[in-house]
Ligand binder design. Structure first.
Ligand code: BGC
Length: 805
């Protein structure tokens, strides 16, 4: 049946009902009209389908599935073909489990190394993120189901994640935070996209006409369904009007009545509802048919092998003094570090997969041909000093040729719902490294963490291999790299700064209140360090190999770059060739150089190959805020081809015809944006870039007050709830494991009570609570009780009408 025929059969109430979820991960159906219900599941690095009690925080277990390396890891492969294979495998597992929409990949731009969810995002660079995410989407959707790239948009922190307002200038929005999504939408046609929790320039992303209508649907031609993040709908009717298709999870009858009333009052039209319904029906009919005919099984061993290959391709060799790696066959190694026995291989929160099996470094070493001199945990995982563990490790280190020291971040450090407090490795791990190195200088550090770290301890190891969060087969992959079975070819998808204080958004990241000021503008990651001349520990795009590569014969035009790459060593390998575009002496300020093309080139020992990399429409463009268009500054550009952003091997000039647009910054004093030194941009200069005054940041007692702000309310009940939540949170931190549920509630606005309780709480009740918090204790309470009774009655009537119609 065609969408239009179905729509014609439904009454307005039924139509409105279909635009919000039935359960935590299911949509409403209308069998009589031929509309099935579908299942959506996380996530970005493996399927997390919950068969039993469902939650969106990774708390309850899910059906076992392959845990692939997280996005931060696979980004280091710079290999879209690999991303597509992973996507296909995840899509296959999802469809086998009757999941119609897989909620991933995540591709938010890594604005700061401290964002708690960086492990599930690809890169600080939108071009690399976009290309990798597009590959995942193609792979997932090749199984007939839908991918759901997320979180659209400018969602780069966890603090106050459901109520923070990302304030930024239009050029930064377009060039840095939207380009990745633009690539995904235009190159991979995702069937859905997830709007983010936050506001963008004062309007919630999910009801933001500029984002959803002007940019996503009109400029990029997206025709799929926009799905809210879980509990991320603020004004459902406005969402529907402005392009958001499906509210999740299950807001109950209240959301249906809200839409009905909005149509009746003229706030939105029935045509708005029909337009969204049309998008939803296409999704539902298309994917449920694919799920129905899909096989119910998949080859778990093959997927494990793929996960291992992916982790090995993504491992980054950061240091290898004297060629201590690869380890010779039969070498006697001491294995030290808790992570060798209990691997840290994925992040926490909604992306957490119930892995089919998990390899450990200890088990994989036993099958590697290396001799194991023994294992010592070496340190307490939660950072407490433990002299006995350290002494044991030091004694063991003395008995081996080489020490494999497994260090990294523990579970509390990186999680959805919680930003990192610093970029440091725990002190007890650094102390252990120093002691072990004294006992045995042949110390190789194997590092597992989903984000960049400060490395002041680097001199204490001879080699450093970054395995990121390698998924369920990550340990085996690491052994392959250590023994040379795989020649490491990964390169960093994120800059490793020397210290957090040197990162561009250090004073503005996360923000003290609801308003988050993106003052650093375009200068995120290498765009900042290279423009402002700030030295870093490891540059973007950096990674070593067991062989060497030579670059020659560069030819560049406006459309493509070609060059010859030669493997000059004795081992087969893969080199990641990176093309950066620079415009020395540009009129319109811009970062010193930007990634505009890349290729991973496999080369046998001694082999030479000519590679051609196309330059697309993104190579020379910039967003002009005066013409509101992409424009090109005319003149001479430098094409820089490098082995990393800081290791440029070849350059060529190309002359590009410009679009002769007026200078959007004429007459404005923007010295910090011209020099790239953006750590301390004064208010006036930032306002000049923004084009309006900096928004005021005040805690308001309204539907959007978070539970963590209740101490600002005028109600003893509010203060009590705040005190209890704060105590629970602090206690969970002390125990070493943040309580994600409490954290979620802490950062949750009051209105989400009506969105996350399956209809038990209505928005009317929330308004009663708001009155209570404003100090109208009695009226507030009476209103809550009245609205609760009304809600129960109306919900029962509505659900019965929907069932019987
Ligand atoms: C996360 C999303 C996730 C959703 C469903 C939210 O809390 O932000 O990334 O897909 O929950 O679990």
């Amino acid at each position: 049946m065609k969408n239009a025929e179905i729509i014609a059969k439904l009454n307005l109430e039924q139509k409105c009902a279909l635009l919000s979820g039935a359960g935590t991960f299911t949509t409403r159906g209308c069998p009589k009209a031929g509309v099935p219900s579908i299942t959506l599941s996380d996530g970005p690095n493996g399927v997390r389908k919950q068969a039993g009690a469902a939650d969106h925080l990774g708390l309850n277990p899910s059906v076992p599935a392959t845990c692939f390396p997280t996005a931060a890891t696979v980004a280091c492969s710079w290999d879209p073909a690999l991303g597509e294979e992973i996507g296909r495998a995840m899509g296959e597992e999802a469809a086998a489990q009757e999941v119609a929409v897989l909620l991933g990949p995540g591709l938010n731009t890594k604005r700061s190394p401290l964002c708690g969810r960086n492990f599930e995002y690809f890169s600080e660079d939108p071009y690399l993120s976009g290309k990798m995410a597009a590959a995942y989407v193609r792979g997932i959707q090749s199984e007939g189901i839908a991918a759901c790239p997320k979180h659209f948009a400018v969602n780069s922190q966890e603090l106050r994640r459901m109520a923070s307002d990302s304030v930024l200038d239009e050029r930064t929005l377009r060039e840095l935070y939207l380009t990745g999504f633009e690539i995904v939408v235009k190159e991979a046609a995702p069937k859905t996209i997830m709007s983010s929790y936050n506001l963008v320039n004062g309007t919630y992303a999910n009801e933001n006409a500029h984002l959803l209508q002007d940019i996503l649907r009109r400029d990029w031609g997206f025709s799929g369904a926009v799905v809210t993040d879980w509990g991320g709908s603020n004004d459902h009717a406005l969402g529907v009007k402005n392009g958001s298709t499906l509210e999740m999870p299950a807001p109950g009858g209240d959301a249906v009545r809200e839409l009905l009333a909005a149509v009746q009052s003229g706030k939105i039209t029935e045509a708005d509802v029909d337009a969204r319904l049309d998008e939803l029906l296409t999704l539902v009919l298309d994917t449920s048919a694919a799920v129905q005919k899909h096989s119910r099984s998949f080859d778990a061993d093959a997927h494990h092998a793929l996960a291992r290959r992916a982790a090995a391709e993504s491992a980054v060799l950061l240091k290898n003094d004297g060629g201590i790696l690869p380890l010779a066959a039969g070498a006697r190694v001491a294995v030290i570090g808790d992570f060798a026995e209990t691997p840290r291989y994925q992040g926490a929160g909604s992306s957490a997969v119930n892995s089919i099996k998990v390899d450990t470094l200890l088990d994989c070493l036993a099958q590697s041909g290396l001799q194991c001199a023994g294992f010592a945990a070496g340190f307490d995982r939660q950072g407490r000093p433990d002299a006995a563990k350290k002494a044991q490790a030091v004694a063991l280190a003395q008995k081996a040729d080489t020490v494999l020291l497994c260090l990294g971040l523990d579970e509390i450090k990186e999680s959805e719902g919680l930003d990192r407090v610093d970029m440091k490795l725990a002190d007890n791990q650094i102390e252990l490294l120093q002691a072990v190195e004294q006992a045995n200088p042949n110390t190789v550090v194997v590092l597992n963490a989903g984000a960049s770290l400060e490395t002041p301890w680097l001199a204490h190891c001879r080699a450093l291999v970054y395995g990121a969060l390698g998924g369920q087969a990550g340990a085996g992959a690491m052994v392959d790299v250590l023994t040379g079975k795989v020649n490491p070819g990964g390169k960093l998808a994120e800059t490793w700064a020397n210290a957090y204080e040197e990162t561009p958004a250090k004073d503005n990241f996360a923000g003290a209140g609801r308003t988050v000021q993106y003052r650093e503008g375009l200068y995120v990651g290498y765009r900042y360090y290279q423009t402002a001349g700030v030295p870093v520990a490891f540059p973007f795009g950096y990674g070593l190999s067991y062989t060497g590569y030579a670059y020659s014969d560069l030819k560049a035009t406006a459309d493509s770059v070609s060059l010859t790459v030669t493997n000059t060593g004795a081992r087969d390998g893969a080199e990641i060739v990176q093309v950066y575009i620079a415009k020395p002496g540009a009129e319109i300020f811009r970062p010193a150089q930007e990634l505009k093309a890349f290729a991973r080139v496999s080369l046998a020992a001694g082999e030479s190959r000519t590679v051609t990399l196309p330059l697309d429409d993104k190579a020379f463009r910039y967003w002009n805020t005066r013409t509101d268009c992409w424009e090109v500054e005319g003149g001479r550009y430098e094409v820089r081809v490098g082995a990393s952003s800081a290791d440029i091997r070849l350059t060529a000039n190309v002359d590009i015809r410009g679009t002769n647009a007026p200078d959007p910054y004429a007459g404005k004093a923007l010295p910090h944006y011209k020099s790239g030194s953006v750590q301390n941009v004064p208010d006036a200069e930032w306002e000049a870039l923004l084009g309006h005054p900096i928004p005021q940041d005040k805690v308001k007692i309204d539907r959007n007050m978070t539970l963590g702000e209740l101490n600002h309310s005028r109600s003893p009940l509010g203060w009590l709830i705040w005190a209890v939540l704060t105590a629970l949170l602090n206690a969970s931190f002390k125990k070493g494991k943040p309580d994600l549920n409490v954290l979620f509630q802490y950062n949750m606005p009051l209105r989400a009570l009506a969105k996350m309780t399956s209809g038990a709480i209505s928005m009317g009740m929330v308004d009663g609570i708001v009155m209570e918090l404003q100090g109208f204790w009695i009226i507030g309470l009476v209103r809550v009780i009245y609205e609760a009774v009304k809600n129960q009655l109306l919900n029962a009537q509505l659900e019965s009408r929907l069932r019987n119609s």
